[in-house]
Design a protein around this ligand. Structure first.
Ligand SMILES: C[S@@+](CC[C@H](N)C(=O)[O-])C[C@H]1O[C@@H](n2cnc3c(N)ncnc32)[C@H](O)[C@@H]1O
Length: 223
């Protein structure tokens, strides 16, 4: 990690630590349905092993655990200890049957063996990484997925060619460019990004949050 990447990583971690307790209030009402669309696209089966990158407050960890059940396994990584604490509390309360293993770790360097997961899920996290780091994250996803394993991603999306961006979209992108420490995400071309990383796109679902385009995508690793 070079110096500026390390500084950005540290500022992301501190930012998510600070907002972890209020995060559900800030984001759940607007983002939850998009997250569920990505999760449904993954079509998890009982007994599967699934990993979530950037699990945040853990809402989808609960959903993943319900889908894979007692015979499955749910793992998650997030860089924020604050998010981990919030997620752990929910998991304790929910008394899940599936084993859940949440770790503070960086998605660019996953602490898991090769080919150990049937599926990977991530929402509103890939678009936080600088352009040069997204291929590193996706290479790690490919490494830990079994042959033909599935990746479900929900992310802010670029405005489709020929369509007009909304005033809010333009303001959001401007804010990200000028104040990335406040608006840390930006829209990405998810389809192109996944294909460039060697995934096969199986399905994309166009969504919208307050006029901002969002995409839920299902992709598969090479068999
Ligand atoms: C915008 S939040 C999304 C949380 C959750 N997935 C959701 O949709 O509500 C991004 C999450 O990614 C985590 N994160 C940021 N950088 C990360 C990294 N390098 N590795 C793992 N997690 C990271 C943050 O701590 C935060 O919990």
């Amino acid at each position: 990690m070079n110096e500026s990447t390390a500084a950005r990583h540290e500022s992301n971690r501190a930012f998510y630590d600070r907002i972890s307790v209020a995060y559900d209030l800030l984001s759940d009402a607007s983002e939850r349905s998009a997250r569920l669309a990505g999760l449904e696209a993954l079509a998890l089966q009982p007994g599967e092993r699934v990993l979530e990158l950037g699990f945040g407050t853990g809402n989808e960890i609960l959903d993943l655990a319900a889908k894979v059940g007692a015979g499955g396994q749910v793992c998650g990584v997030d860089i924020s200890t604050g998010m981990l604490a919030v997620a752990r509390k929910k998991i304790e309360t929910a008394q899940l049957s599936a084993p859940v293993d949440l770790r503070v770790a960086d998605a660019r360097s996953l602490p898991f063996a090769d080919a150990g997961f049937d599926a990977v899920y991530t929402s509103f996290t890939l678009e936080l990484f600088p352009d040069e780091d997204i291929p590193l994250v996706l290479a790690e996803v490919r490494r830990v997925l079994c042959a033909g394993g599935r990746l479900g991603v929900v992310s802010m999306a670029v405005v489709p060619p020929g369509e007009q961006s909304s005033a809010l979209e333009r303001a959001y992108v401007w804010m990200h460019r000028h104040f990335p420490h406040i608006v840390d995400c930006r829209p990405i071309d998810l389809e192109t990004t996944l294909k460039a990383a060697g995934f096969r796109l199986a399905r994309t679902i166009p969504l919208e949050i307050w006029t901002l385009p969002v995409t839920a995508a299902l992709a598969t690793a090479p068999a």
